[in-house]
Design a protein around this ligand. Sequence first.
Ligand SMILES: NC(=O)c1ccc[n+]([C@@H]2O[C@H](COP(=O)([O-])OP(=O)(O)OC[C@H]3O[C@@H](n4cnc5c(N)ncnc54)[C@H](OP(=O)(O)O)[C@@H]3O)[C@@H](O)[C@H]2O)c1
Length: 260
Amino acid sequence: MVTKDFVSSLFSIEGKVAIVTGATGALGSAVAKGYGYAGAKVMLTGRNEGKLREIFEEMKKEGLECAYSVGDPAIEGDAERIVRETVDTFGELNILCCCHGLSIPKSILEQSTEEWQGIMDANVKGVYLFAKYSAQQMVKQGKGGKIVITSSARSRRGMKGYTGYSTSKAAVDLLAQSLACDLGEYGINVNTFNPTVFRSDLTEWMFHNDNVYQNFLKRIPIGRLGEPEDFVGICIFLASEASNFMTAANVPVDGGYWGN
Ligand SMILES: NC(=O)c1ccc[n+]([C@@H]2O[C@H](COP(=O)([O-])OP(=O)(O)OC[C@H]3O[C@@H](n4cnc5c(N)ncnc54)[C@H](OP(=O)(O)O)[C@@H]3O)[C@@H](O)[C@H]2O)c1
């Protein structure tokens, strides 16, 4: 039944416990802060301890509830330990938001197999491992949960130099759909959101090269590239009760790129 109480708590993640991977990055730090301001308790994780501590201190200064744990998402022992530490610190785990990722654009004629495998390990294995240990914990708790995965608009579009990145993001879309099938009966929703280019250290140059920027805009009806904060809303929505009937979805948050 739709009541005032139902609607007023629909998008709330207040008091929920969330892990944010890649919390050192442009997107991950924005989502971690977004979750924190929305009242969630946030476990920040990434490999770069210095950056992780910086974000942690910024959030603490704002009075947000958070902790951090250093680890590599593609190392099984790290993913398992970070899930355990989250539960030790905050008592449970309700939300996993994977924001880590790696792109090394290079032609297959030049990219080493090891470098390609590194992209697959970071983008696919890292998500798989965090999803695995998070799901085990959520099933044990018996209260459902939310798994939100950052994919890319590139998951459905090949591009020169993207045999690693596009392949890894297509894998992540299907990983999410299959995880949703495994975990639906436990009330765990699994979805990806698929951004187009947004501002980060790696893409900043595109915002300052008019030719490149205007060329991108030909395919983006909304008329601009993204900013990290453009994705905080979808991450809260997919972590909240408002998305309870939504799973196995790959949601474009791309200024219209897929539709054009
Ligand atoms: N920027 C874009 O235009 C764009 C567009 C579509 C999708 N995305 C996706 O959005 C997510 C966040 O990207 P971003 O733009 O915010 O990038 P970012 O600022 O570089 O952040 C990504 C984070 O991922 C972690 N990471 C990097 N390489 C890794 C590796 N080999 N193994 C494990 N973790 C690694 C890094 O944290 P640590 O070094 O601390 O581990 C880094 O802070 C990624 O999944 C990316 O594919 C980005």
